[in-house]
Write a new protein. Structure first.
Length: 300
């Protein structure tokens, strides 16, 4: 397809980004199975990608407009389209070359409603890709996450520790009971199946692991292991290496929200968004959210 034909199409979004691997990491964190469809929503604020399963698990990747070097949004009505998550990740990965600056342009829609991607690194060569999109059959499941009460129920734990704990909980072969207790302030994960396994995080005993904690009454819910495991199983190595915090919040009816932060800045490149102390500004962070329904809610 010639560039003139592409340019002649009225586009809803044209954007450029300089950290392809960071975006690949963010999208990979919500890929819990090989074949997954994703819903992509575009707006003046950025791009949101949504994946879900059986109305019990939903994940969202928020790519704010500040992540992009250029973000030109001109749609009158917010567009959305379906795409294969695996194909999108694999395609973007071909544009990521270790040790090099990888600048790409995303454009939507193409002449046949494609998502168009091209490299901008070299004047001598260009990598170009077209991804077929489709009209979503249904809108995404609305999780309606609401606070459980006046005092929020949440805790923040180091990401590497949380992932290791959830991996260990696979052994009993059952659902996972999560309990928050205000006195003593603690979080307990418990499985009873082929065997019994209980993992306790005591707030005052080790604040390096359990970073924050908020709970004013005893609360306990059970979650299917495969859904809980999906919230941490594909965290990128950068998150595990940095061991940044993951926040878990229990909402009304036991809805669980798991929030990760994924860096989209390559450490080998100097960015103006990183200050002299080495701390990344919010504009260089992709926000990941998982929503998991408790087992009790499934039976309703």
């Amino acid at each position: 397809m010639s560039s003139s034909a592409v340019d002649a199409v009225a586009t809803d979004l044209v954007c450029q980004l300089d950290s392809v691997q960071g975006i690949v990491d963010a999208l990979s964190s919500v890929r819990w199975k090989r074949l997954q469809d994703a819903l992509v929503e575009l707006s003046e604020h950025g791009i949101v990608l949504i994946v879900e399963e059986t109305g019990c698990l939903q994940a969202k990747v928020y790519l704010q407009k500040e992540l992009f070097v250029q973000y030109e949004y001109s749609a009158q009505v917010r567009p959305h389209f379906g795409v294969s998550l695996g194909l999108l990740i694999d395609t973007l990965s071909t544009f990521s070359v270790p040790g090099r600056s990888n600048m790409i342009e995303l454009r939507y829609p193409g002449p046949d409603m494609q998502l168009l991607i091209k490299s901008l690194d070299s004047v001598d060569a260009c990598i170009y890709a077209e991804l077929r999109t489709r009209i979503p059959e249904t809108s995404s499941w609305e999780c309606n996450f609401e606070p459980a009460g006046a005092t929020p129920l949440y805790f923040t734990v180091k990401s590497a520790v949380l992932r290791e704990a959830i991996d260990d909980l696979e052994w009993p072969g059952s659902s996972v009971e999560m309990t928050l207790k205000p006195d003593p302030p603690s979080v307990t994960f418990r499985c009873e199946g082929h065997g019994d396994l209980q993992i306790d995080f005591m707030y005052y005993a080790n604040t390096d692991l359990l970073v924050t904690f908020s709970c004013d009454h005893l609360v306990s819910y059970r979650y299917k292991y495969k859904f809980l495991h999906a919230t941490t199983s594909n965290l990128p190595s950068s998150v595990i290496k940095d061991n940044r915090g993951t926040k878990l919040t229990i909402g009304r009816g036991g809805m669980l929200k798991v929030q990760h932060l994924v860096s989209v800045a390559r450490p080998s490149v100097s960015y103006p968004h990183i200050n002299s102390a080495g701390y990344q500004q919010p504009s260089r962070i992709a926000y990941i959210e998982f929503f998991v329904k408790p087992e009790e809610a499934d039976a309703d």
